[in-house]
Design a protein around this ligand. Structure first.
Ligand code: ATP
Length: 444
């Protein structure tokens, strides 16, 4: 970071160019604070990997060979903001508020920044796929517990004698130059099968190759994904689905057996890449407030599951109830896609088929139906007109006319609505006439 920094690390000018002035100033202030206390401080992991690749990453992770929480508190004491501690992992988050941002001359865009400090630690895994046990340690041991060589890099910021040293005990820099993802030891994927997801996500994001030995270990460990909790798997998918083109990772994951390890009925559609690309390129002619690209991808991940299997998978992955219900309604609608092609269907029948689908489920169905113009058109007209069509008569009118609420009551209202949707009636007078006829049938 300083101009006297050793030659293999990025200098201040290039750091500013990559991270921007604001984040660079922040790093310098934190470094200065550590230098003043003669504390051993490192910037680690993804930010160093990305700095060396010339990519911006504002997720700043610091490691100290001393108490992280005491350091975060002393920063908050001097500059403001608050500290959120997570004692089991010896980590502390410094959460900047407006005062801290002003004191740090921090740009408004980063006011919400959270800066992570961790005490250097080593980990043991009580059993495969369980969360690790943690004890304080050195930077070398801390880097040794990491996932891949390119993530096991640290830039020392303090004390002054070591400032600017790149700590690279696992050949991460060489692997960055060769574009290789490599684990640090043979048990890595067994200890933590989330690394299977991480390896593939990183490989496709950076366009790197997974080293042959690592690939073999990954394939051998893929079945152990089944031991991960639903929350951890969902979190990994959420990260994958937030990437620019997640379909590459999804296809790789399927070919290594990750999907069947989670649920043996979970297959990925042959059209998945096309569907995901459409999600990014095409927007339906209607707007919906709960639109979110990642949520849309979730629906399409389950295209090949039988509708009965969707609920079980949503439970396994602990999806929110809202997302689970939406995905399940999409699965039911997808089962009806052939019915929706029937040219003899009346608009009211189409409406009945689609009526209980969420906006997101309709959006996903529209993506799948893009090559079926009649279905696509019907979904669009349903959203634009049919689903909002209501008769002028309501339940209170029927009560005034002497009817008791019940099945017949509902049927009359539905018949009136259908007649509007199908164009059988087009005015209030025509609706009144039809209502009279229906009431005559009721009294007969
Ligand atoms: P991204 O750019 O996707 O955020 P990142 O590498 O910064 O990638 P984080 O999840 O923020 O990823 O993790 C920060 C660092 O923590 C990683 O660079 C890696 O060194 C380490 N790490 C994260 N997850 C694991 C894991 N499952 N096993 C070992 N080390 C991990």
């Amino acid at each position: 970071m300083d101009s006297e920094a050793n030659r293999e690390t990025p200098d201040v000018e290039s750091v500013v160019a990559i991270l921007g002035q604001s984040a660079t100033t922040l790093i310098q202030i934190i470094s200065r604070h550590a230098l003043d206390q003669d504390i051993s401080l490192f910037l680690v992991g993804g930010v160093i990997r990305d700095l060396l690749l010339g990519r911006q990453n504002l997720d700043l992770d610091f490691v100290l060979e001393s108490d992280a929480s005491a350091f975060a508190h002393s920063l908050a004491g001097e500059f403001g903001g608050s500290v959120h501690m997570h004692p089991p992992f010896a980590t502390a988050k410094w959460i900047l508020d407006a005062t801290a941002a002003a004191n740090l001359r921090h740009s408004p865009g980063l006011t919400e920044a959270q800066i992570d400090f961790a005490t250097a630690r080593e980990e043991t895994y009580p059993s495969p796929a369980a969360l690790p046990r943690v004890i304080p340690s050195t930077i070398d041991r801390d880097l040794a517990r990491r996932d891949f060589s390119i993530n096991a890099l640290a830039l020392q910021l303090s004390p002054a004698a070591f400032r600017g040293r790149l700590v690279d005990p696992h050949g991460g820099r060489a692997d960055l130059e060769s574009g290789i993802i490599r684990v640090l030891h043979d048990r890595s994927f067994i200890d933590d099968p989330t690394r299977v997801f991480r390896a593939m996500r990183l490989a496709s994001r950076l366009d790197f190759t997974i080293d042959a030995q690592t690939e073999a270990l990954l394939h051998a460990a893929a079945p152990t994904i089944s031991r991960l909790s639903g929350d951890r798997i969902r979190h990994e998918f959420q990260l994958i689905l937030s990437e620019h083109a997640p379909e590459l990772t999804v296809v790789d994951l399927e070919s290594c057996g990750a999907f069947v390890a989670i649920d043996n009925a979970w297959l990925i559609s042959d059209h998945l890449s096309e569907f995901f690309a459409r999600c990014r390129k095409l927007r339906p002619p209607w707007q919906h407030s709960d639109y979110d690209l990642t949520t849309l991808y979730w629906h399409l991940l389950m295209v090949e599951l039988p509708a009965e299997g969707v609920n079980a998978l949503c439970d396994r992955l602990s999806l929110t109830r809202k997302l689970g219900e939406s995905v399940a309604s999409f699965a039911r609608k997808l089962n009806m896609i052939d019915d929706l092609r029937d040219p003899t269907l009346l608009p009211s029948q189409i409406t009945r088929l689609l009526d209980d689908a969420s906006d997101m489920a309709l959006h996903a169905l529209w993506i799948c139906a893009f090559d079926l113009p009649i279905v696509k058109q019907r979904i669009e007209t349903f959203v634009d007109r049919w689903r909002n069509t209501r008769p002028r008569t309501d339940g209170n009118d029927l009560i005034r006319l002497g009817l008791q609420p019940g099945p017949r009551f509902r049927e009359i209202l539905e018949r009136l609505r259908d007649a509007w949707i199908d164009g059988v009636i087009e005015s209030e007078d025509e609706e009144r006439e039809l209502l009279h006829e229906l009431l005559k049938d009721t009294s007969a």
